[in-house]
Design a protein around this ligand. Structure first.
Ligand code: ZN
Ligand code: ZN
Length: 419
């Protein structure tokens, strides 16, 4: 741990403490008496401890943390018997689901090595992911439906920093990545919690305007892209703070710059090219080009990682359809850093994007309150074990909102808000 010379006004430990406070107060909005379930990479112990401290100061009843260890994951791929790759810790995810139903909040620290599994057998990686995803469903449904308050925040780990800054010495790479994490997480100003309040108000104004427009589709146009994304019936734009079903206001992603909603699973037409590489569970999928017909990807190619992309699209029936469409100005703070983070939490906040797979049930009128699975399906919400965001926005992309009568209204021009 070190401080970047000359740039950071505050010492590293103070910035880490501020990030922990933002995670607990803004990310979770943790209530006195709530339990907290946290997951973290081993390298994020200092941040996890700072978060634990702030959680107890906020009145947490109990903080339980599960650490993941890259070396242990690799040991599995090196030595576990073949049949073991269909195994997942279902008991753990069932326990997490129990905890959420009992009122626990959820915090994940991300900072994974983006290429951890790059050298492993793609079939084993896919099987391990699929069994984990299936086992995770009971917990994921509660999280995706905001039954409880939750947040994801990042820690600058060594393998992540090495990937983002391959040419820098490791210490310097880690310090530079922490700088980027702190700055994107808005913790450097006089009052980070107040800064988040203002940012949430900006995002709320943007979603209100889009919700007022009630577009039936969005059309993206630019190099390699002419894509019309039909929006789900009764869709609602979301962004910034969310009121979870337990009444707690949380910010699910720290940082966040996006406003997003639910596409109609059967009304996506045209072709689209990715504008940034997609880092998916250890593999980099670059230069993705796909064509949609009636909502489904019918042609897909990628310059690298095309075998992994094909496996992803094959996960289940909903994996080749969209569950999210999101707008982010090309000038967002994260985009302005010019860095490729190989981490969805960061890269998805640098560009407009679409996500393959599961839709968010809260992106419907009244936050999707009272809508059954059948109601959601009827409105066009997609269902899948996966949810994978990939970037299609840039300073070369125009976005129009299409009204019910077919009129095109400028929403973004050359990657920036049109109004
Ligand atoms: Zn998104
Ligand atoms: Zn997403």
């Amino acid at each position: 741990m070190s401080q970047t010379p000359g740039t950071a006004a505050l010492p590293f430990t103070e910035r880490l403490d501020r990030l922990a406070e933002v995670a607990v107060r803004v990310g979770l909005g943790l209530r006195p008496g709530q339990e907290l379930v946290m997951t973290a990479p081993l390298e994020a112990v200092p941040l996890a401890r700072a978060i634990t401290e702030h959680a107890y100061k906020a009145g947490a009843a109990l903080v339980t943390t599960f650490y993941a260890d890259d070396a242990a994951t690799l040991a599995r791929f090196a030595h576990a018997p073949d049949e073991a790759f269909d195994k997942a810790a279902g008991w753990l995810y069932a326990g997490m689901a129990d905890a959420y139903r009992g009122g626990a909040a959820r915090l994940a620290i991300s900072g994974d090595d983006p290429s951890l599994l790059a050298g492993q057998d793609p079939a084993k990686v896919a099987r391990a992911n699929r069994s984990r995803s299936q086992a995770y469903v009971p917990a994921l449904e509660l999280i995706a439906g905001f039954s409880t308050n939750w947040t994801i925040v990042s820690a600058a780990t060594k393998p992540w920093a090495r990937t983002v800054f391959p040419d820098l010495p490791e210490d310097e790479a880690v310090a530079r990545l922490w700088d980027a994490v702190f700055s994107a997480s808005r913790i450097d100003g006089a009052d980070p919690v107040a800064a988040w309040g203002e940012h949430n108000r900006d995002l709320a104004r943007r979603t209100e305007r889009l919700n007022g427009s009630r577009f039936s589709a969005l059309r993206f146009r630019g190099p390699g892209t002419d894509l019309t994304v039909g929006l789900a019936d009764d869709h609602e734009w979301c962004g910034g703070a969310t009121t979870a079903k337990n009444g707690v206001v949380c910010n699910a992603n720290i940082p966040t710059e996006e406003v997003f909603t639910t596409p109609h699973r059967a009304r996506v037409e045209g072709y689209v090219a990715s504008t940034k590489p997609l880092s998916y569970q250890g593999t980099l999928i670059d230069d993705i080009r796909v064509r949609f017909s009636e909502g489904r990807i019918v042609e897909a190619q990628a310059r690298t990682g095309s075998d992994v992309l094909a496996k992803v699209l094959d996960t289940d029936e909903g994996a080749a359809r969209l569950g999210e469409v999101a707008l982010v100005p090309a000038s967002s703070a994260i985009s302005a850093s010019g860095l490729l983070f190989y981490n969805t939490l960061y890269d998805e906040n640098a560009a407009s994007h679409i996500a393959l797979g599961q839709a968010y049930s809260k992106c419907f009128r009244n936050g999707g309150e009272g809508l059954s699975e059948a109601d959601l399906a009827e409105r066009g919400a997609n269902r899948s074990l996966i949810h994978i965001d990939w970037m299609i926005g840039s300073a070369e992309i125009d976005v129009d909102g299409i009204t019910d009568s077919g009129e095109a209204v400028p929403v973004m021009r050359r990657g920036e808000w049109a109004d």
